[in-house]
Ligand binder design. Sequence first.
Ligand SMILES: Cc1cc2nc3c(=O)[nH]c(=O)nc-3n(C[C@H](O)[C@H](O)[C@H](O)COP(=O)(O)O)c2cc1C
Length: 159
Amino acid sequence: MKVWIVHDSQMGNGENLAKTMGKTFEKDMEVNIGHVKKIDPAKVVADSPDIIVVGAAVRAFMTSFTSRKWIRKLHKELQKANKTVKIGATFLTHVMKKEMVNGRGNRLNKLLAKSPNVIAVYPEYLSGKVVAAEGPFEEYVLGDAEKLAAEVLKLSKKK
Ligand SMILES: Cc1cc2nc3c(=O)[nH]c(=O)nc-3n(C[C@H](O)[C@H](O)[C@H](O)COP(=O)(O)O)c2cc1C
């Protein structure tokens, strides 16, 4: 079993979240982590992962364009290769209150779920609220990330 986690981290928080999830996954799976600007979705598809987690950040009130573009390319590559991913999940790092970014997080999740080649998407995006733009995370966030990874892992074993 294999998982790919991609993020759009500039100041290290998103990468930290990805690595925290990775630690939970690595008990049972091969884990790969990378930046959306450096990892080609075609490479991820060629690697046939069971799980894909995509992270984005809210900057200037927008969800990272690069992460959204990455998801769209992923859909095309999955279709081209006629491959499926068992489970997808998303996370969003932000400094504004969670209630202010729920719409963006839910849309990111829906975007990943749009492809029939992604069999299931964990129903809730993970909110990675930072205390200030450069971090750190609010104290509960990394615990939430571990829990989400454990849930996703459990689901992937049922599929
Ligand atoms: C230029 C800039 C603009 C930002 N604008 C927002 C914003 O509109 N809303 C928000 O919630 N967070 C905003 N943030 C905070 C980022 O979401 C936060 O720094 C980022 O998610 C942390 O992730 P990273 O360390 O992985 O880059 C902004 C940060 C920067 C640097």
